[in-house]
Ligand binder design. Structure first.
Ligand code: FAD
Ligand code: DLZ
Ligand code: SF4
Length: 509
């Protein structure tokens, strides 16, 4: 029998141009795709997230076959399925005569450790190819970070602008004269504005089969399958990309930080699940955004704001994830120990901002950035929830969540668990910010203007309690000088009432 190269394609490697496939001969290669219990259950992923990944994998396998590749696809309910990647590699080595394994590096430490064992375990040479779907290589990020006291995203982002040439003029200067238009990304929205809707893709036969499988096997996982809306093929993802570029991008800049009751998507792209699993190419998308700006179709604050998220934040958090190492997930700078409240899994709370963000998360496996950062993240931060528990929740519930991108965003940016590597100050706020950026407070049973008493918005006392609780660790932070000045100028009776109010609330959680 002819010897073959075994090329495993993981669930977030659904791109046509995977580095593991480059230069390989189709008749000498077997591509292995595996639905395995271990990946679906190492945390309890949202049902719609698993359905999305399995359906996208099955569709991608068909595309690869139609392009002439041999794809061996192991379904979750195959009676011989061993339940793990390593177990499936072992079985594949029995089905074929394999002389080598080639794989693109995985997106998390857990899987990389597994892959690095295969060579000894199977006594077959294993080639691990770099994942070239990212703009910065690991080395480029590390070279940039080397010797710096602070690793601020903004400066790394400028490097990425220079490397890609996106939104640079002929002299290599940033379009419009400034690198960053963040200050023009903070308009609150009004509910009477016309909002584009993302396309809702009706589940086809493959998706329906997968949804039945998920409903049966993962009934105890969070979330619902009833509102499944994801694209599951490259073509569908491209349709959603078009929808966003033509109908939402122009307003994306203005309303990037806005929140409205009953409006989960606003002007966001809803593209992260497709970018992260490989259905869409991030650089191609950014190039198209830059072209729309050049053609005068979208304003600079929209184009720059969007491109910054992808070539700036997305690349930067990946760099931090790999640079900081596998112990990053265990960090807990503020020593926060409280368990995650049950309502994160039900949405059952009378704090409207939280019930909105969590409710839509459980329905759609989606929430936009400011909901993740300033509602669910902010609450967990100021309530002193264990950042590891918060990290697990985010990894479970969002369709775009893989550890390399979720962990630095959650533990670092949102929970300040890394002590300020990513965020220069904790993203903590009282109800005031939520009231400014959303319409939630007008319909909430709490009063955002009150700090004490039964009707007081819980975010208010919790915010001051958070600052007081962490004074030793945070008071030296220059960016918190103002709130600490306000806190220290408060009458001690007021301070005590705020802290007692926060305590009473936390005990009821
Ligand atoms: P848009 O608002 O349309 O933004 C465009 C694109 O920019 C996104 O599709 C995404 O690819 C990229 N992007 C924006 N912000 C970030 C960021 N901070 N980090 C990386 N990429 C970014 N994003 C994930 O992809 N996976 C996660 O698991 C994830 N977890 C998060 C957890 C927390 C606590 C926070 C605060 C943010 C998290 N983000 C995560 C970032 C961001 O919230 C999502 O990328 C975004 O909400 C996805 O929706 P969208 O595609 O409509 O994004
Ligand atoms: C997230 C996920 C899930 C739920 N299931 C699978 C699976 O059955 N098979 C697979 O190849 N990948 C899955 N994934 C994505 C992997 O967890 C992902 O490839 C790793 O986290 C590396 O980033
Ligand atoms: Fe949230 Fe407080 Fe506003 Fe209610 S009043 S929606 S709890 S910020």
């Amino acid at each position: 029998m002819q010897e073959k190269t075994l090329i495993p394609i993981l669930g977030d490697q659904l791109s046509w141009n995977m580095s593991s496939l480059a230069g390989q001969e189709k008749d000498r290669s077997v591509l292995l795709m595996m639905e395995v219990e271990a990946e679906a259950t190492y945390v309890k992923h949202h049902k719609a997230k698993i359905a999305y990944i399995f359906s996208a994998m099955r569709h991608h396998a068909e595309t690869l076959r139609s392009r002439g590749w041999t794809v061996d696809y192991v379904k979750l309910d195959d009676p011989d399925n061993s339940g793990s990647f390593t177990g499936e590699i072992a079985r594949a080595c029995e089905r074929y005569t394999i002389d080598s394994i080639r794989i693109t590096e995985a997106g998390e430490w857990r899987i990389m450790a597994m892959i690095e064992n295969w060579q000894d375990q199977f006594d077959i040479p294993v080639t691990i190819c770099p994942d070239d779907r990212f703009i910065a290589t690991h080395k480029e990020f590390d070279d940039w970070a080397e010797g710096k006291k602070q690793l601020r995203m903004e400066f790394f982002y400028r490097e990425m602008r220079r490397k890609t040439g996106l939104l640079l003029d002929e002299d290599g200067k940033p379009e419009g004269g400034k690198w960053n238009y963040d200050a023009e990304n903070r308009k609150p929205a009004q509910s009477d504005l016309m909002m584009p809707k993302p396309i809702r893709f009706d589940p086809d036969e493959i998706t329906q089969e997968v949804m039945e499988l998920v409903a049966e096997k993962f009934a105890d996982h969070p979330g619902s399958l009833d509102h499944f809306h994801f694209a599951v093929t490259h073509e569908e993802a491209l349709r959603q990309r078009r929808q966003f570029l033509d109908h939402a991008l122009a307003q994306f800049g203005d309303y990037q930080d806005a929140m409205l009751t009953g409006e989960p998507f606003l002007w966001h792209s809803i593209l992260s699940p497709y970018i992260n699993s490989g259905l869409l190419d991030p650089l191609e998308l950014c190039q198209e955004v830059a072209d729309l700006y050049a053609d005068g179709k979208v304003p600079l604050n929209a184009a720059e704001g969007f491109i910054r998220q992808i070539i700036g934040w997305r690349e930067y958090v990946r760099g931090i994830y790999w640079r900081e190492g596998p112990d990053y997930a265990e960090r807990n700078f503020l020593d926060a120990r409280r368990p995650l409240p049950e309502f994160y899994y039900t949405g059952d709370t009378d704090m409207l901002c939280l019930s909105e963000a969590i409710g839509q998360t459980l329905d759609l496996s989606y929430a936009h950035h400011i909901q993740r950062l300033m509602i669910t993240g902010n609450f967990a931060l100021i309530a002193g929830i264990d950042p590891h528990a918060v990290h697990i929740w985010y990894l479970e519930v969002y369709a775009d969540a893989y550890e390399w991108v979720e962990l630095p965003n959650t533990l670092g940016m949102s929970q300040f668990g890394d002590g300020g590597i990513i965020a220069s100050k904790p993203y903590a706020s009282s109800g005031n910010y939520i009231n400014k950026m959303s319409d939630h407070c007008t319909s909430c049973r709490y009063d955002v203007k009150q700090r004490m008493g039964k009707k007081a918005c819980p975010f208010n006392a919790l915010y001051w309690d958070f600052l007081a609780r962490n004074e030793e660790k945070l008071a030296k932070n220059n960016r918190l000088a103002m709130p600490y000045r306000i806190w220290n100028a408060m009458d001690s009776d007021v301070q005590k009432q705020l802290r007692d109010g926060a305590q009473a609330f936390l005990e009821r959680l």
